[in-house]
Design a protein around this ligand. Structure first.
Ligand code: MG
Length: 203
């Protein structure tokens, strides 16, 4: 099982990090040890002094596929949830400056909490899915899937050229603007439409 994450898939978020809007998807992978199921706290790792939250829509892959054509990509997922792509922003910036891979900043243990999943059919508007993140009761990020630079189906087609998708893999589809840091004592709550999906005390 692997966690495939898309970077820079919302133009306003790319701008807030001074990153260019990509011409093709940017992806990286978190290992299974990054996964944290709903209901657990997040522990700030000792190696970073600037951990950021990034709330994202997450697809659960339901069949094996390689070189999936975009027009068939919808057959590879039926459920959606939300996750947080925790990022050691200080370390990521060092990696970017030195032209190094991002794994130290992105793939660490517990860096990928994922909610329960719901059927896409059960959403009020599965064409423009609304999701959000609250920190200590204040909304800090709101996203709409229509604002993605690359659609779910485009992402699946693109990634599967390089990496075989397997049943049970997760695809984090990118974060909207509003990322920021967390401190011990904060509470993060992620929502899909109006339904609370994640409750994460930060320790
Ligand atoms: Mg992200």
């Amino acid at each position: 099982m692997k966690i495939i994450c898309i970077g820079r898939n919302y133009a306003e978020h790319a701008a807030e990090l001074n990153s260019a809007v990509p011409k093709e998807p940017v992806f990286f992978i978190k290992p299974e040890t990054a996964l944290m199921r709903a209901g657990y706290p997040f522990f700030i790792p000792a190696f970073s002094s600037n951990i950021h939250y990034e709330v994202e829509l997450v697809l659960k892959i339901t069949r094996v596929g390689k070189n999936i054509q975009e027009r068939f990509a919808h057959r590879y997922y039926h459920e959606i949830g939300v996750g947080i792509d925790f990022t050691a922003r200080d370390i990521q910036n060092q990696c970017k400056d030195e032209g190094l891979p991002w794994e130290k900043a992105k793939a660490f243990d517990g860096s990928a909490p994922v909610s329960q999943f719901v059927s896409l059919n059960s959403l009020r508007d599965d064409e423009n899915i609304r999701f959000s993140l609250q920190k200590n009761g204040t909304v800090v990020q709101t996203g709409f899937s229509n604002d993605m630079i690359f659609s779910f189906n485009h992402l699946i087609a693109y990634v599967s050229q390089f990496v075989t998708l397997k049943t049970g893999d997760f695809l984090f589809t990118g974060t909207p603007a509003g990322v920021g840091s967390v401190q011990a004592g904060d509470l993060l709550e992620a929502f899909l439409e109006d339904k609370k999906m994640l409750h994460i005390p930060v320790k």
